[in-house]
Design a protein around this ligand. Structure first.
Ligand code: T1G
Length: 696
């Protein structure tokens, strides 16, 4: 095991190298020797300059998140950074990879920073429900100015080396040997007897903004607009603002206090849970390190509709060329036209350059001939959700696809094992369920068939991550994990309206909870006719939903559904719908009553939890945190509540079971019947995580 901290010499320059794989996190076993070595080097007169570097793939990527929630052992990171600032000789951070959080804070404790051209730097603590707690909210504004620091810290988005150089975060960007250049830079600074000003003592970038606090407060209001319901963004902004109004030491102390407040809160616990959950989701039983992902250099997509087009864009955006197959030139032209229009919107928004758009458009090939997919490494069909259509497609793919090609279905519900039977290569077949709009939504449900080979799963995970998705492996059942639980969440939506709720009231319960929208608005967005068609095919009815469709009220796309959409997007309650609901209730002899917001939560969100517990019992999800990852990345479950299963434990499983029992007793509906696992955990005051471990 290599030493976490080593010191070497290059003449009068001392090089301190941190080596703590995989990301050089600032764990205690790094902090302790680092503090000791720095103390020695500071007082060693033979050392005329110091370079702080890291081994491995990245400079320090932050404090050790696994240490949060436990007593943190001295020396703390702020003390180490303050110690570096007492050096009376040049200190230089050699930055490569991703210098994030405490890593960037450490680098900002040095007088200078030299970065590799490919390096990224940022303070992503807000994504963990906390704020930079080692001086970041005080030093970053002093280096890049309060406005840029505010945006970087409240968004948590890192910047590249070029931007860092231009904004004053780094002093030099190098292409060649980073360490050699950092040593050269340090030696130059020592030789020139350059004036050394600790970052905490600088004020030149603060003074101009301090003179106009009203303008800065307006900037704060602007950046906080999207942070609804979360505490950390507001606290981040307040701490950056303190840099303008308080002496460094006082503001740094306030920052530490903010950190200790936030880190013990439910929101940070939820967001740290999601950080590790997303990574746990890549660990799949039966898929080991020897199951190497196959190379995916070319992708084929069948269908250039909404899903096929979005899926194709996801791969091209990830640098993988796509051949799109459609049944006619006209459909192909339409599909490629929508893709071009989407890129055009990005260009007009400034998030894509014209040349990047041209390059991406050049990576699409259109065809109406299956033979053109023969050289694809992965082929994904996004055709009509009907087994007969899938049979034709996979039967043809089996004949034309090269050996070893992976054949994936983007089906949202259908049985992937049935689909695999349409081929002679079930081991190469799986589901890759994208979420609309597929080029935007991060979730990718990887549906593992009973015969899907381990390396095919490994490939789907790897290529999913490569194109910026969050892959979660799920089992075969109707709706897999997300849509199956969505069904449970909406099961009582119709009856709640008949019994007394309104769409606006029920949807406000959801938006107040932190969802982007409620059930009825979501149905209007997706199109009410989809559900209507499904109900008719299953011989089912829904008094209100059917009536709306019979009036041609399909939702947003027809300008009205449960709501009116006068501007095409914003839902407005419609008295006609409320009259329809009252009429349907009368026809059914239902006496409407006031429905409380708690009842709406109990009858829509608790059934979701119950279905999640059933999914765990059946092994459709490997672990409860996978379910949380699905919901946060595929359906907008608020990150501050950690996902449905994490939130259920905040509510208390005994309470959820008690309320489900109440509604089951009152209605006899299966959606309320507590699953045996849920009942067992509630009785034992256990947690879903325990159940997952026990099942593993
Ligand atoms: N602490 C502990 N473990 C970490 C970690 C961290 N900061 N970062 C990553 N890991 C683990 C991760 O769980 C995984 O483990 C393995 O490393 C590889 O990670 C005081 C308070 C650096 C961009 O938020 O963004 O500093 O699954 O799969 O895709 O103000 O990791 O292999 O067992 O993500 O190449 C601030 C978090 C912390 C950065 C690399 N820093 N990390 O991505 O690998 S708070 C962050 C990342 C803080 C200070 C505050 C990414 C990455 P396993 P990975 P990757």
């Amino acid at each position: 095991m290599s030493q976490p901290v080593t010191v070497t010499r290059d003449g009068n320059v001392a090089i301190v190298t941190i080596d703590n794989p995989p990301v050089n996190a600032m764990s205690f076993h790094v902090r302790e020797p680092l503090h000791a070595r720095l103390l020695e080097l500071r007082d060693d007169s033979s050392v005329e300059a110091l370079v702080l570097a890291c081994a491995g793939r990245t400079f320090v990527a932050g404090a050790d998140i696994t240490e949060f929630g436990k007593p943190i052992q001295y020396p703390f990171l702020p003390e180490i950074i303050d110690l570096i600032e007492t050096f009376q000789k040049p200190t230089v951070a050699a930055v490569h990879g991703t210098a994030l959080g405490g890593g960037l804070e450490l680098a900002m404790g040095c007088h200078f920073r030299v970065a590799e051209a490919s390096a990224k730097m940022g303070l992503p603590e807000v994504k963990l429900g906390i704020l930079p707690g080692a001086g970041g909210t005080q030093r970053l504004p002093r280096l890049v100015g309060p406005s840029k620091a505010l945006k970087m810290i409240v968004s948590g988005t890192p910047i590249g080396a070029k931007d860092a150089l231009a904004s004053g975060l780094v002093d030099e960007v190098v292409d060649g040997d980073l360490l050699a250049n950092a040593i050269r830079f340090a030696r130059e600074k020592a030789a020139s007897k350059a004036t050394l000003i600790a970052v905490s003592q600088r004020d030149d970038k603060l003074a101009p903004v301090r003179a106009n606090m009203a303008a800065f407060d307006a900037e704060i209001a602007e950046v906080l607009k999207k942070s609804k319901g979360l505490d950390a963004p507001k606290t981040c902004a307040q701490s950056v603002r303190n840099a303008l109004t308080m002496p460094f030491a006082e503001a740094a102390t306030a920052e530490r206090n903010f950190f200790h407040e936030l880190v013990k809160g439910d929101q940070s616990r939820a967001q740290r849970h999601l950080f590790f959950a997303e990574r746990e989701a890549n660990k799949v039983p039966g898929v080991g390190k020897d199951d190497k992902p196959r190379k995916i250099a070319k992708v084929g997509v069948i269908g250039a509709g909404t899903m096929g087009g979005g899926i194709s864009m996801s791969f091209v955006n990830g640098g993988i060329p796509v051949t799109i197959l459609e049944m006619s030139d006209e459909a192909l032209k339409r599909g490629l036209g929508v893709i071009e229009k989407n890129y055009g919107i990005s260009v007009s928004r400034g998030s894509l350059t014209e040349e990047a758009k041209a390059k991406r458009m050049s990576m699409f090939k259109g065809t109406t001939d299956y033979a053109d997919l023969a050289d694809c490494d992965l082929i994904i069909e996004a055709v009509f959700e009907e087994m007969g259509v899938k049979e034709k497609v996979f039967g043809t793919l089996d004949k034309i696809a090269k050996p070893g090609a992976i054949l994936a279905s983007n089906t949202s519900y259908l049985d992937v094992n049935e689909i695999a039977k349409f081929t002679s290569r079930p081991q190469d077949v799986l589901g890759m369920h994208f979420f609309s709009p597929a080029n935007v939504m991060k979730l990718l449900e990887i549906v593992r068939g009973s015969k899907t080979a381990p390396d095919v799963i490994a490939t789907a995970i790897a290529v999913g991550k490569a194109i910026g998705k969050v892959p979660v492996v799920v089992g075969v059942c109707h709706g897999f994990v997300g849509n199956r639980m969505l069904g449970a969440r909406g099961a009582e939506a119709e009856d709640l309206l008949l019994e007394g709720a309104t769409p606006a009231q029920a949807d406000k319960v959801f938006t107040d909870f932190g969802w982007p929208m409620g059930t009825y608005q979501m149905w209007d967005l997706a199109g009410l006719d989809i559900g209507w068609r499904t109900r008719k095919s299953l011989g089912k009815t829904a008094a209100i939903g059917d009536a709306l469709c019979e009036q041609g009220r399909y939702g947003q796309k027809t300008g009205k559904g449960y709501y009116l959409y006068p501007d095409g997007r914003t839902p407005v309650s419609d008295p006609e719908v409320e009259a329809l609901i009252v009429e349907k209730a009368r026809e059914k002899g239902i006496n409407r009553r006031d429905i409380s917001n708690e009842e709406i939560t109990e009858r829509m969100m608790y059934p979701m939890i119950n279905e999640g517990a059933r999914i765990l019992e059946e092994g459709i999800a490997i672990r409860s945190s996978d379910i949380d990852t699905v919901w946060v990345n595929g359906y907008g479950f608020p990150v501050g509540k950690g996902g449905p299963m994490f939130w259920a434990e905040l509510v208390g499983l005994p309470k959820i079971v008690e309320r489900l029992d109440y509604w089951y007793g009152k209605t006899g509906k299966e959606v309320y019947n507590p699953s045996p696992l849920l009942r067992k955990l509630a009785a034992q005051n256990g947690s879903f995580a325990d159940a997952t471990k026990a099942a593993a």
